[in-house]
Design a protein around this ligand. Structure first.
Ligand code: C2E
Ligand code: MG
Ligand code: MG
Ligand code: MG
Length: 283
């Protein structure tokens, strides 16, 4: 069957998460220069309200246009950055850029009822400078903290729960939103929902697209639990209109997937915002 579809062509097996040896070292060296060479950028994927498909916010996702290799996926370069000190620089670049992009959009549309969510790695949480760096970026961009969210995965908080809880409550006090990302993958512990000051959970696409008959039960209980805890719920990777309706009926408020729109660049976001929020446009 596979042969019929693909002819005689054999796709090379290229594992995204495993770049070894010299190659990996080269990527790390190149990554070290990528920011100043302006090879890194952000794209933004809409997060929509399931009820009316209105845009509630965007997730900022990093892209690397490598001069020789072309686009390298964050699934490949983020782990390399995490294994070195580079992730702090990259993470700060993303936070600062996302905040300043949002301010730029608002300069052209007026105040917007949307947030921008930025991913945060575990190594960043352990960096003593994180808090000051975040404060400095907020001061520099003058972005309202309540319009920004940080997305963290469970492994981030698991690695060092005490330190994580301390820094997260400080960031929360600044006014930033905190989302628990990729919920439902691997080693989930429900206690994270209550022990850390998260206001949002993002249900991983693996759970949203789970093909088994336990899917509905799992989703229903995660969503109702989140709501009892006064948390917002974003379902990732919704593939069909049907699933969107089903999740909405379960009480899930938001969705983020190719169905609602792929990640897009700065200009496309601006166009989209002007179209969706025309009344906020200034003369
Ligand atoms: P994530 O934070 O869970 O981001 C969601 C990923 O799912 C993105 O992949 C997005 O493009 C993809 N996605 C969105 N809708 C769909 C869908 O309908 N189906 C499928 N199959 N996938 C969908 P992307 O951009 O390749 O990023 C991968 C991961 O890399 C992110 O997962 C995040 O963990 C990490 N990452 C990306 N940017 C950053 C960053 O600035 N900092 C850090 N620390 N990590 C980042
Ligand atoms: Mg994320
Ligand atoms: Mg995610
Ligand atoms: Mg992920």
């Amino acid at each position: 069957r596979a042969k019929k579809a693909g002819g005689n062509r054999v796709e090379p097996f290229r594992p995204a998460f495993r770049t070894f040896g010299a190659d990996r070292l080269q990527i790390e060296t190149d990554l070290r220069r990528a920011i100043e060479r302006r090879e890194l950028s952000l794209v933004y994927q809409p997060i929509v309200r399931l009820q009316d498909a209105e845009i509630a916010g965007f997730e900022a996702l990093m892209r690397w246009d490598h001069p020789k290799r072309g686009n390298i996926s964050p699934a490949e370069f983020i782990p390399i950055a995490e294994a070195s000190d580079l992730i702090n620089q990259l993470g700060l670049f993303a936070f600062d850029k996302a905040a300043s992009d949002l301010m730029d959009w608002q300069m052209q549309t007026g105040d917007l009822p949307v947030f921008v969510s930025v991913n945060l790695s575990s190594a960043q949480l352990l960096n003593n400078e994180l808090y000051n760096d975040v404060r400095a970026a907020l001061a520099r961009t003058r972005c309202e903290p309540r319009k920004l969210k940080l997305e963290l995965t469970e492994s981030v908080v698991m690695e060092n729960p005490e330190q994580a809880r301390l820094i997260l409550s400080k960031l929360k006090d600044v006014g930033l939103g905190l989302a628990l990302d990729d919920f439902g993958t691997g080693h989930s512990s429900l206690s994270y929902l209550t022990r850390f000051p998260f206001d949002t959970i993002k249900i991983d696409k693996a759970l949203v697209c789970d093909g088994t008959d336990k899917r509905t039960v799992l989703l229903r209980s995660v969503i109702s639990m989140a709501r009892e805890l006064d948390m917002q719920v974003v379902a990732e990777g919704i593939e069909s209109e049907e699933d969107a309706v089903e999740l909405g009926n379960m009480g899930c408020e938001f969705g983020q997937s190719y169905l609602f729109g792929p990640p897009i660049g700065y200009d496309s976001v601006l166009r989209l915002l002007k179209e969706r929020f025309p009344l906020m446009k200034r003369a």
